[in-house]
Write a protein that binds this ligand. Sequence first.
Ligand code: 13P
Length: 264
Amino acid sequence: MNHPIFAANWKMNHGPSAARAFMKTFLTQYPRHYDRTVIFFPPAASIETVDRELENRPDILVGAQNIHWEDQGAFTGEISGPIARDAGATVVLVGHSERRHVFGETNEDTARKCAAAERAGLRPMLCVGEKLDEREAGKTKKVVVRQLRAGFSKLAQIDSFNPLVAYEPVWAIGTGRNATPDDASSIHGVIRAELRAIVGDRARAIPVLYGGSVNAGNAPSLLAASDVDGVLVGGASLDTGSWISIVRTRMTAEIPAGELASDE
Ligand code: 13P
């Protein structure tokens, strides 16, 4: 498995004051780690605040939850790749299911946003995942592959590009119903194969995270599943206590087999 990544998507929670308080508590309890990376995706107004708290912490990154596909202009209410970068972001979520299903973002939009991220020097974390009806109709692989191909279709430098992918089944987001480690592994394998078709052997180095009702109880078994390189966490990342338990997850090699089985 790649170096594991623990990503917190705060969605529309934690403005600058709450973000500052969170980071102060978190950093006192989470010293520098060399075996894992933590990424925070705060709301746009809190990116700079989180970034400011992160001096001398190369093991923690900050990202934006969304950017516009244009670099600047008359787009009231939007933020661009260069603005997010200027605020301190080095990563950006693209095509999160709430962007797709609440705000009507299409595969074409995600392609333009990944290209905008590339121009701005931001690593996109392209989110893919099927809805419940698509899963029940046996279309999971088809949907995920289509989202992946489309999202990376407009990149100028696909060969030197350094993206991340998050598999978030829509039916698992905020529902308390996570995919089983085997389900996640199977779809992550499909994603990895598709990445190989796009970028060749470099696909192995592209982190593929799982998201959807991850918590401190299920994180160890999900992270132990093959091809799962990290977790993208919503609700359970909002509270310092539960987030600290998740980022301290012991990796497979450290967990006795019996204990791992009881986490499932
Ligand atoms: P929950 O962890 O709240 O299910 O949210 C998942 C998610 O959407 C992370 O991007």
